[in-house]
Design a protein around this ligand. Sequence first.
Ligand code: ARG
Length: 284
Amino acid sequence: MKKVISILMAVVMVFAACMLFSSCTKTEDEEENSTNEAASQESTAMTAKEGVLVMATNAAFPPYEYKEGDSFAGIDVEIATKIAEKLGLTLEIQDVEFGSIIGGVQSGKFDMGVAGMTVNEERLQSVNFTDSYATGVQVVIVNEGSAIASLDDLKADGSMKYGVQQDTTGDIYSSYSVDEGGFGEENVIRYKTGADAVQALKSGKVDAVIIDNEPAKSFVAANEGLKILDTEYAVEDYAICIAKENTALLDAVNEALAELKADGTLQQIINKYIPASLEDSSAA
Ligand code: ARG
């Protein structure tokens, strides 16, 4: 499995660069608009709408973001609320598909993406990321009665299907060909949310779900009969993404984050949602 991970890491750049390129192609008009917008805003305004900080997320990713009735909750929601407060802005949350966050941030539709988003090379070609505020680990969830006991039992010979949230790093890693260390795209089933992938696992449509560790723990706690394989798959840093040209907002958010780290607020928020995480989050 070590080999698998290192190969995965080695090819992640090329593969995701292609994915981003194909999914982020804009029409010429859109291109022109966003360039004009960026030029007219230049360093004076940090956000598209005056006084408002628009955060894009995908709120089916507990404990980072989820819906509680009509409102949003989670680590990212609370961090973003504190950042907005520090910047003197009103936070507005847009719940969108995970795969449309980066494009929307690039085009100026959203000021920032806060979605347990992993920093990687290909995303860095499209947007800037703030300093990291948390660490994630890709893990594998299976049904309790499953014959899959460790990563070595995961087969890429067509006998097993893997469920992922579309456009996440779990999707990217799993979809590599077997030679590249993945399970082969033909064996991966993509769902709109991690929660949908977990439902597919429960109903036997997939044999395993590849997803970030804390959401995995939340899903396992909320659903009977699931377990997480006891192995680390790939370790990642989470950060907030911001449009490349909006360095004013990047600097302001980084400053706010640094203050939240220094005065213990960030750790308090993380501990509230991940009580036993004192040592996990030390890298944040
Ligand atoms: N960390 C993974 C990634 O960046 C998954 C994030 C999914 N986040 C969400 N809010 N659904 O690809």
